[in-house]
Design a protein around this ligand. Structure first.
Ligand SMILES: [Mg+2]
Length: 456
């Protein structure tokens, strides 16, 4: 397979390429697996296979215990009380039709011998960092997409890595051999194709989805497999006899518009044709501050749900900051849409703060200013910056005694909550909105936010 745009340029570029790698040990066979065109986009998507489960399994194997990946097992809730939900499952557990997100009690009915392991978010953050560090050693830019996924922008690395497939195998094997867990790597000309490719056969595989491969590899898949095409959209599409991604790609956008609306139709049609131009956003070096974000499994479409998540984020990020005796003057909120576009908005407070309420109220206001179009969200984050040491700078609001009393009261409440949590665990106290929210998305989020608090 030689990936060239036109014959003439391809010959020219091929000779440039061959000259570039003539001194290295590249056999013709290797070269034929993926000649790179200078300047052409090249994106890798790295995705850990059953992340939570394989991270726990890796730890157990290192301790001489049995490998959770090889038996019906899952991560979730509390194995003793058998309460909570399945956060991740092994491949043997899948055979019992155990699903992520379902109650442990139900999973145990399906498979009474199911081995349940408690989530350990400290371990997950360490494993997440370890494999992303390996990716960073190869790529000019890495975007952390979630705890177990990242995009690597390999554009412009033609001379260093002439064979992208060989390189992907090298990275995949290095992660497996050094860290003990496996990943899939998807390769494409954009983030969408790379991500779709990494989802092909698992585990421990490298797949490509180049433009010329789209009809063969992408189009036969069911339409619900396309990134961000959810259940209700699938239903509407099926009513129009659109069953595969190929059906969708070949449907007239005008017809799609009537069926699934303006925005969704344009994006779904582009995606079905393998088109996406969103950039890989390398996160800037961790700014001095604290931040907490969550990538959600379900779209967030309304302020009620978003607020419940903002509260949990504000709560955990401020608790982390309080534990280190700092206060923040800057607060920022970031959101990410389904098409990977990320936006953020920040403000500077009059006085540094560390109270959950003040941070949450500010985050809520920022979100309202930022999220005017109400397009569905996949990621929310809250960051605290411009830090000061406690009580440094603090000026009493001389003319606002009520404000001072309120703040002191809130500070006391926060400290009590922090103390209880450090003694009894993060779940001992949930803030009102998070607890009251019966929404699936908030429930799923609860598991994730524990990670950040345990980190704190
Ligand atoms: Mg994964």
């Amino acid at each position: 397979m030689i990936f060239c745009s036109s014959k003439e340029t391809s010959v020219k570029k091929l000779s440039v390429f061959l000259a570039a790698c003539s001194e290295k040990d590249y056999t013709l066979d290797n070269i034929s697996k993926g000649v790179r065109i200078i300047g052409e986009r090249l994106i890798f998507h790295v995705d850990v296979n059953s992340a939570y489960l394989s991270w726990e399994a890796t730890r157990r194997v290192k301790n001489g215990e049995s490998d959770l990946r090889l038996i019906p097992s899952c991560i979730g809730g509390d194995p003793e009380s058998r309460r909570g939900i399945v956060l991740a499952k092994s491949i043997p557990a899948k055979k019992y039709k155990i699903k992520t997100g379902e109650p442990l009690a139900l999973a145990l009915r399906k498979c009474p011998d199911l081995v349940i392991a408690k989530p350990d978010f400290k371990l997950y953050s360490a494993c997440s960092k370890a494999f992303k560090d390996i990716c960073r050693a190869y790529a000019p830019a890495v975007e952390e997409f979630s705890i177990d996924e990242c995009f690597m922008d390999m554009t412009g690395t033609e001379y260093t890595y002439p064979d992208p497939i060989k390189l992907a195998y090298e990275i995949k094997d290095k992660i497996r051999d050094e860290l003990g867990f496996t990943v899939n790597i998807g390769i494409g000309r954009n983030k969408l194709c790379a991500k779709m490719a990494s989802d092909f056969e698992k585990p421990d595989k490298v797949h490509t989805l180049f433009p010329e491969e789209v009809p063969l590899k992408l189009w036969p898949l069911p339409v619900g497999d396309l990134l961000f095409v959810g259940g209700s959209t699938v239903k509407k599409l099926q009513e129009e006899k659109i069953f595969t991604i190929g059906d969708l790609a070949k449907t007239d956008v005008r017809k799609l518009r009537e069926c699934i609306g303006d925005k969704m139709s344009a994006q779904a049609h582009r995606y079905a044709n393998g088109i996406d131009d969103s950039p890989v956003r390398a996160e800037p070096e961790e700014a001095k501050g604290y931040s907490n974000s969550v990538t959600l499994e379900e779209d967030v479409r309304d302020f009620d749900t978003a607020d419940a998540i903002l509260l949990a984020l504000s709560d955990s990020v401020s608790a982390h900051m309080r534990s280190e005796g700092r206060k923040a003057e800057g607060i920022s909120v970031s959101i990410r849409y389904l098409d990977f576009k990320t936006r953020s908005h920040q403000c500077r407070l009059e006085q540094p703060t560390d109270t959950t309420r003040e941070i949450y109220e500010t985050a809520k206001r920022l979100l309202r200013e930022l999220w005017k179009d109400k397009r569905p969200l996949r990621l929310l984050s809250v960051a605290l910056t411009n830090l000061t040491d406690e009580d440094f700078h603090e000026q009493l609001s001389l003319f606002e005694p009520e404000k001072n009393i309120r703040r002191e009261r809130e500070e006391k409440i926060d400290r009590t909550v922090d103390a209880l949590r450090s003694k009894f665990g993060v779940d001992i106290i949930q803030r009102g909105t998070v607890m009251e929210s019966g929404l699936q998305v908030a429930r799923k989020f609860k598991g994730k936010q524990a990670s950040e608090q345990e980190d704190a």
